[in-house]
Design a protein around this ligand. Structure first.
Ligand SMILES: *Cc1c(COP(=O)(O)O)cnc(C)c1O
Length: 472
């Protein structure tokens, strides 16, 4: 046997000869010679190893080296590689702005604007009216000012960058006063104390975790104080015996001492969510009106736009921020700017926002509507599940996500799947994640919960077709 294997290995044809097989011509035309050569090399290496391990007879090897068999093996390899691309999936987790799933989905107007910016030259840094070089984010800055009433604004890559840039510009080697109740960590290693350090600012903590008073801030202000800062608690809530200084009061203290007040608003909504029947979130306008000198917020959280960090506020401070060389390093790309401009423009017509902005659409979807969808899906979904599982319609609570109103729950509905056999839920979860368009739910209390709030009615058919492939 060993001798035969050695013979088989040495009998492997040359790469060059295989590349000339007529069955590979189509693959080469479709993917190019270098890609096919590389895949073929990997394939040959795998065959060589299996022969050496005695797992492949001479006959089997011959069959594997046949032009048709090789072509189909390479086809499979290409399909597997393609699966590693960023993939669309069904977010049935019940968290609308899911950071791990890409947060806000963009409206059609933004997609169109991005496509144009990607496929055609655009007046990114060109002033068409005067025929000379223009400011890269001038249009977006003007829109932010128009919508928020801010004197000036600037934009960078994300809100973490906005906070870093703001601190580095205004508080490098100086002190920033922050309440101990606001030293937040956002997922993905954004921690206020660490950002301060990276920006070169010295954090001065005041108050306690649950209570901070006006005098705590006032007493901490000294010759080295550059800034008072308020940070939106985002992903947690302090309840019970608590005290927090309101933004208006904080602004008064800052003004009395001649230091600016900066607010990291996190999600930063541009419209009062309460008008849509949602929990109230402080808006950028309100925060500026309360006296904040600068407000920083994200583009892809409640705003419903692309990844971006926006700073709005006093013109003299924004001018200093724009002169910081870090601004250039943290600037937005043209695709992001095109999308942000298109999304901001929708805010000019607020009555139509809930129809046009996917984030708001998902947030405002009624519990009854989602419940009806769950009823509609129940039988087809049950049909494809083996007897090992039971499935029923359930009342659920969706979360906004991305640090907006962590305690708020939106009445939702969906399906609850229970497994009768041990490990059944894990197996089902794994199969759902392995579907061509993976399905993500939430596992809790020995059940798999599929919240349908984010299942677009237009996607329902595609979802069902996929689910039917689970059938035993
Ligand atoms: C989300 C958040 C950030 C980070 O914003 P990104 O846009 O994710 O960079 C910073 N501060 C607060 C309070 C946040 O909620």
């Amino acid at each position: 046997m060993a001798r035969a294997d050695t013979a088989a290995t040495s009998a492997l044809p040359s790469l060059d000869r295989l590349l000339h097989l007529p069955q590979l011509a189509t693959l080469i035309a479709a993917h190019g010679r270098s890609r096919v050569t590389q895949l073929l090399r990997t394939q040959l290496q795998a065959l060589r190893e299996r022969v050496a391990d005695g797992k492949l007879s001479t006959q089997q090897l011959e069959r594997a080296l046949d032009g048709t068999a090789l072509s189909s093996a390479l086809d499979d390899a290409i399909a597997i590689d393609a699966r590693r691309d960023l993939r669309p999936l069904f977010n049935l987790t019940g968290t609308i702005l899911h950071t791990n799933l890409g947060r806000a989905l963009l409206p059609a107007a933004a997609v169109h604007a991005v496509t144009q910016a990607m496929t055609s030259p655009v007046d990114l840094e060109f002033d068409l009216a005067h025929g000379r070089r223009g400011e890269r984010d001038a249009r977006v800055r003007a829109l932010v000012c128009e919508l928020t009433g801010a004197e000036a604004a600037t934009v960078v890559n994300n809100n973490a960058a906005a906070v870093l840039l703001l601190l580095n510009t205004l508080a490098n080697r100086r002190e920033v006063v922050v309440s101990r109740g606001e030293l937040v960590e956002i997922g993905g290693a954004f921690r206020i104390p660490d950002v301060m350090r990276s920006a070169g600012a010295k954090l001065v903590e005041v108050g306690t975790t649950n209570r901070t008073h006006p005098s705590d801030y006032a007493d901490a202000i000294g010759a080295r104080t550059a800034l008072l800062m308020e940070v939106h608690a985002s992903n947690y809530a302090i309840t019970g015996f608590t005290a927090k200084v309101a933004t208006t009061q904080l602004a008064e203290i800052a003004r009395a001492h001649g230091v600016p007040l900066a607010v990291d608003l996190g999600s930063g909504s541009l419209c009062d969510l309460a008008t849509f029947g949602l929990p109230h979130e402080p808006t950028v306008q309100d925060t500026l009106a309360a006296g904040a000198d600068l407000v920083a917020f994200s583009g892809d959280k409640l705003l419903g736009g692309p990844q971006a960090g926006i700073i709005a506020g006093r013109a003299d401070l924004i001018a200093r921020i724009n002169r910081n060389p870090l601004k250039r390093a943290l600037r937005m790309d043209k695709m992001g700017l095109a999308a942000l401009e298109a999304v901001l423009a929708l805010y000019r017509e607020p009555e139509l926002l809930a129809q046009r902005l996917p984030t708001l659409q998902a947030l405002t979807r009624s519990g009854d509507d989602i419940h009806a969808q769950a009823q509609r899906l129940l039988e087809p979904l049950r049909h494809a599940l083996s007897a090992e599982y039971t499935i029923e319609v359930a009342t659920l609570d969706s979360q906004i996500g991305s640090g907006a109103q962590p305690q708020a729950r939106l009445a939702s509905a969906g399906l609850r799947v229970i497994a009768t056999k041990r490990g059944g839920l894990d197996r089902l979860g794994k199969r759902l994640r392995a579907l061509p368009r993976p399905v993500l739910g939430r596992v809790a209390d020995d059940a798999l919960w599929l919240d349908l709030r984010c299942l677009d009615v237009e996607d329902e058919a595609a979802f069902l077709v996929q689910w039917s492939t689970l059938a035993p």
